[in-house]
Design a protein around this ligand. Structure first.
Ligand SMILES: [Mn+2]
Length: 349
């Protein structure tokens, strides 16, 4: 049986979370199946020198890889809410790691809670890649009468079916088909000279290229740690509930990184810290957390303005219904909603 090949890409800021991710995979796996974890670093000294010794075992092979120089590091990210170039390296994975038939790409803001065999061995129905649809976007675009968010509009401009827009934090790649289709080169050139605004950098580029032509994963393979409440759309509410009670892979999306204290708390934070604590990287993780978190006063200020933004979003929804009732054009609610959304994005990123 071929080994399970997992890869993640990161810079210094995400190296320790990547090691906790590797540790979580090791804890979740049943002995017997070989795991190769390709840790692709964008700086020479990003990975602590003892990581390999601390992680390797009979069934677990931690392989540090230095990302090759790439034109992607010159991509202009000023239009994007993604700050780091390290994430872009994922589009080059099948070229950087030549040997496997399949690669499971995972973001570094993830912990794995299930053996990965069922995901890695999945029947991909001949598709180049598999991913999970962004179910929170379904809530934003569902016909609930809420003012359409900037994010939902952005996605509608990018793909023909917004409900098929996928989150690229968990990607299963058929390497032969990927290489045969020349996708790395295609995505690189899109990212270097975008034809449209890529708010989410390579995730947008991937969606732009594949549209709905991918194998859909069970959402529990990419369960978001945070769900806004209440969720109006019934289908989305059911997905969110299943992700909250039994996430197979937990993804700390957006501003919910457990090691950044001023970001949003989630029900999965405790489990993240239990995992970090059981790993050999706990001290490094707490040091990282202290270094990147705001002190108590700015933290309170942030929490307060997050509440204001959330209040404005809710208020704009009610105003929208009122405007619809009296047949006004829903411009006031929309501008309040957009202002609140901008404010919120600033707070959580
Ligand atoms: Mn992520």
């Amino acid at each position: 049986m071929q080994p399970i090949h997992v890869a993640c890409t990161f810079d210094r800021a995400m190296a320790i979370p990547a090691l906790v991710l590797a540790w979580s995979i090791k804890q979740a796996m049943k002995p017997g199946r070989q795991i190769v974890f390709h840790a692709i670093a964008c700086e020479d000294d990003a990975i602590p020198s003892d990581a390999q010794r601390l992680l390797n075992s009979e069934f677990f092979d931690f392989r540090p890889v230095r990302a090759p120089t790439s034109a992607l590091f010159d991509a202009d990210l000023s239009q994007s809410i993604v700050a780091s170039h390290a994430t872009l390296v994922r589009v080059d994975l099948p070229e950087i790691i030549p040997e496997p038939d399949r690669i499971l790409y995972l973001d570094c803001d993830i912990i794995v809670r299930r053996p990965l065999d069922a995901l890695f061995d999945l029947n991909m129905d001949g598709r180049v890649m598999a991913a999970s649809a962004d179910y929170l976007l379904m809530e934003l675009t569902a016909g609930s009468g809420a003012p359409q968010s900037k994010f939902a509009k952005h996605v509608a401009s990018l793909v023909s079916d917004p409900l098929g827009y996928f989150n690229a934090g968990v990607l299963l790649i058929d390497c032969a088909k990927w290489r045969g289709g020349g996708y790395s080169a295609q995505l690189r050139s899109l990212l270097l000279s975008p034809k449209t605004k890529f708010l989410f950098a390579d995730q947008d580029a991937l969606n732009f290229v594949f549209q709905t032509d991918y194998k859909r994963l069970d959402p529990r393979w990419n369960a978001f740690a945070y769900h806004p409440k209440p969720i109006k759309d019934e289908e989305v509410a059911a997905i969110a509930a299943s992700c909250e009670t039994d996430p197979w892979i937990t993804h700390f999306v957006g501003g919910t990184k457990p090691w950044i204290k001023h970001q949003t708390q989630t029900p999965q934070h405790d489990e993240f810290w239990r995992m970090a604590k059981s790993s050999p990287f706990y001290e490094q993780m707490t040091r990282l957390s202290d270094a990147v978190s705001l002190g108590p006063i700015p933290m309170l200020r942030r929490a307060a303005s997050r509440k204001v933004a959330e209040f404005l979003m809710t208020a704009s929804r009610h105003l929208y219904f009122f405007e619809a009732q009296v047949r006004l054009r829903p411009d006031v609610s929309r501008s309040i909603f957009n202002a609140a959304e901008n404010m919120y994005q600033k707070e959580i990123n």
